[in-house]
Design a protein around this ligand. Sequence first.
Ligand code: GLU
Length: 306
Amino acid sequence: MTPDYAAILATIHAEVQPLLSEGKVASYIPQLSTVAVDQFGMALYCLDGSTYEVGAAQQKFSLQSITKLFALALAFSREGDAIWARVGREPSGNPFNSLVQLEYERGKPRNPFINAGALVMTDILSTRFVQSDVAVLQFARSIAAEAGIDFDLTVAQSERETAHRNYAIAHLMKDFGNLHNPVSTVIDSYCRQCSISMTCAELAKAGSFLAQHGTVPWSGLQILDRSSAKRLNALMLTCGTYDAAGDFAYRVGLPAKSGVGGGILALVPGELAVAVWSPGLDATGNSLAGTYALERFTTLTARSIF
Ligand code: GLU
């Protein structure tokens, strides 16, 4: 039986209100710290085309690390298993921007969702496309069917000015031979890619091809074959929510990708994509109210992959 999604979203919206002041907006990218913390939006895109939303679901926010999922999907769709020669598929157990492991693992990042791995994806796309960030933007526009999706160049500039750690990661990988393009090209493209903004409604629609086993539900366009989509879902489950992927799987039970802008995209394979946004983060960098909202969503709908 289909759950009463409208009623469930309304319940969740009421339940998260006390949490909205508890998280902290990301401040290491200065422009992100200007966002008011007490905001919340949530949207569903069901594979039958029905949509539901609550709160600030039409408010644009900075996708940040969620764009790593789109970059990975694009690179995987073009390069296939060749990407695994340059990036692993294991959780790192370290902060997303850590350099420590990269040194003793000789420049091969643990997975495509930590910054080092995402920079390798940007490098792969930079070799294939004139501008990798524009390729990711066009990909995002096409899977969301929204031509208005764009970079937030103020956020991109703010990140580039403070990207010391990402420069360090990129230089280290360059030294190990795992970055083929100039460091400045890769960092510039990566910062613009991370600045792509979407609403929850757009993000749920954009992610729905991963819920429909690699095929865009409304157009029938196959982005990934079924097996590849399964693999990306598996990576989201094990590596998609920073160091908290184990706890997130325990609490929510869905493959998901989060970003420091406060967004989370989660998938119920075969049924729907759900996007949630609340900019206050918990200590692990995931949206505090967003994680709680997804936990309540899977509890109230009895939907999970387990
Ligand atoms: N652009 C951010 C960075 O590289 C993305 C971080 C995130 O959302 O996890 O630090």
